[in-house]
Ligand binder design. Structure first.
Ligand code: 6PG
Length: 230
């Protein structure tokens, strides 16, 4: 199984993929540092397991790769998902929880997040999902946000469901990490996985542009998501 500058681990199913990622999250929580969480549905199980494996997250700072422009208690909120699956299950909370304030709207929310990130250098672990269209965080295929440099966060229209405005880290900020880790499961992601992990860099598949600039890029996939890789 080959990727372009990516170490790929393939496991039997989504649950096992979640377990591998949970172990890594728990290890990072023990080691300390900074973790960037992703939204979507696939990581939910990984977050729950990570909280069981390591209930003390007091040595890490948490960030998010993207947020939907909804209040934190809205069921579409990425922060809300992580709160339910992870934060509410911990014995010790993270040293800092840098939530993206989606309820401020895409421009003000992005400006606030940029402010929060000022002076911050390199993440230790950035977790990313991958959309069936190849999007990562809230950077969608062929959107102008893919070209934004010199800014850490940007507001965007939605390019995928749920169709609410978004706030996202920009590509250079996502790539400024010691480890970039994709977690992808399901047959409907197989083509996007092929393009993102083995294809040439292309704005048609934002995941193909996401590689750690400061360390390693890894992907944990279930067999279905990996089915088109050679
Ligand atoms: C979001 C995300 C997004 C997600 C992918 C995969 O806010 O929607 O952060 O980039 O990771 O869409 O999501 P699923 O795991 O739900 O397929």
């Amino acid at each position: 199984m080959t990727g372009r500058d990516v170490e790929i681990t393939v496991v039997a199913d989504a649950e096992e993929a979640a377990r591998v990622v949970a172990e890594q999250l728990a290890g990072q929580a023990r080691a300390g540092g900074s973790i960037v969480l992703t939204g979507g549905s696939t990581p939910k199980v990984a977050y729950r397991l990570a909280a069981e494996l390591e209930p003390d997250w007091s040595r890490v700072e948490l960030w998010w790769g993207d947020e939907r422009c909804v209040p934190p208690d809205d069921e579409r909120s990425n922060y809300g998902m992580a709160k339910n699956a992870l934060l509410d299950r911990l014995r010790e909370q993270p040293a800092a929880v840098h939530r993206i304030q989606g309820e401020l709207g895409r421009d003000e929310g992005a400006a606030e997040y940029r402010h929060e990130l000022e002076g911050f250098d390199t993440f230790d672990l950035v977790l990313l999902g991958l959309g069936p269209d190849g999007h990562i965080a809230s950077l969608f295929p062929n959107f102008p946000t893919l070209d934004v440099t010199g800014r850490d966060a940007v507001g965007s229209e939605a390019g995928h469901e749920p169709f609410v405005d978004r706030i996202s880290l920009t590509l250079p900020r996502i790539c400024a990490t010691r480890e970039l880790l994709f977690l992808v499961a399901g047959e409907d992601k197989a083509e996007a996985v092929e393009q993102a992990l083995a294809g040439e860099p292309s704005h048609r598949t934002p995941g193909s542009l996401a590689r750690s600039a400061k360390g390693t890029t890894r992907a944990v996939l279930d067999r279905a998501a990996a089915s088109r890789l050679k």
